[in-house]
Design a protein around this ligand. Structure first.
Ligand SMILES: [Zn+2]
Length: 239
């Protein structure tokens, strides 16, 4: 999630955005061998009041009153910009006003530094973790303060890739729609009704680091037979 919020000026033309051109082996649906990784259920309070706040948020930002997450198309990877799972859990549980609005921020999963995967929110519920994406995105946080810290941690990467791939397999999410928070503006699924929020994103998981992350993800997908889908289709956000 990273607290630094900035209107991102990508400063690149669409043609300048590196696009993966690897030929992608296609595996028939129904033959994957990815198993659900161990997940520790540590729910944050998400009762009727918070669900109602999420419904109203969805109406304001996505044009439809609902707190339900149906058929997610995207997984957004984040890092917490903190050093402990407990700190992240407390922040997400607090339901504090963020950018002048409720509900507070949250994520469906948090991966701790030792590779433990915690689930905080039911996957049928929308979580507020990335502007423009919450209507269709599952959020995965990693405890840490940089992309590089997580990429260089074997325990965190093993957990992150296994969780992400299992979610891809479960919901039919394509590898190109596993994105870093910093890539959200280039996603074809990005939608934000507030003109002033349209070019806002965060700095966690930069494009270059996500190229490496997705390459590792594709390798694991290939080994386990999980379909990864076609090449990326980035959009120019005009920001
Ligand atoms: Zn983030």
């Amino acid at each position: 999630m990273r607290r630094v919020l900035a209107a991102v000026v990508l400063g690149v033309t669409l043609a300048a955005v590196p696009v993966r051109t690897l030929a992608v082996p296609v595996t028939p649906v129904g033959v994957s061998h990815i198993h659900r990784p161990p997940i520790v259920w540590r729910p944050i309070p998400f009762g009727e009041r918070r669900r109602s706040q999420m419904g109203a948020y969805s109406l304001r930002h996505y044009g439809e009153w609902t707190w339900r997450l149906l058929h997610p198309h995207v997984i957004v990877e984040h890092y917490t910009d903190g050093s402990t799972f407990g700190g992240a859990w407390a922040t997400f549980a607090s339901n504090a006003i963020h950018l002048g609005e409720v509900p507070g921020v949250c994520a469906h999963f948090v991966i701790d530094t030792d590779g433990t995967i915690y689930q905080l929110v039911n996957l049928r519920v929308r979580c507020r973790h990335a502007i423009g994406m919450n209507w269709t995105a599952i959020g995965i946080e990693h405890v840490g303060t940089s992309d590089g810290q997580i990429l260089s941690s074997p325990a965190m990467m093993r957990a992150s890739l296994r969780l992400t791939l299992w979610l891809m397999d479960r919901f039919g999410i394509q590898a190109r729609n596993v994105i870093g928070h910093a890539e959200t503006l280039m996603s074809p699924f990005h939608h934000e009704a507030y003109p002033t929020w349209r070019c806002w994103t965060h700095a966690d998981w930069q494009h270059a680091d996500m190229l490496l992350y997705r390459e590792r993800l594709r390798r694991l997908a290939h080994r386990t037979g999980v379909p990864i889908g076609p090449r990326p289709a980035w959009v120019d956000p005009g920001c």
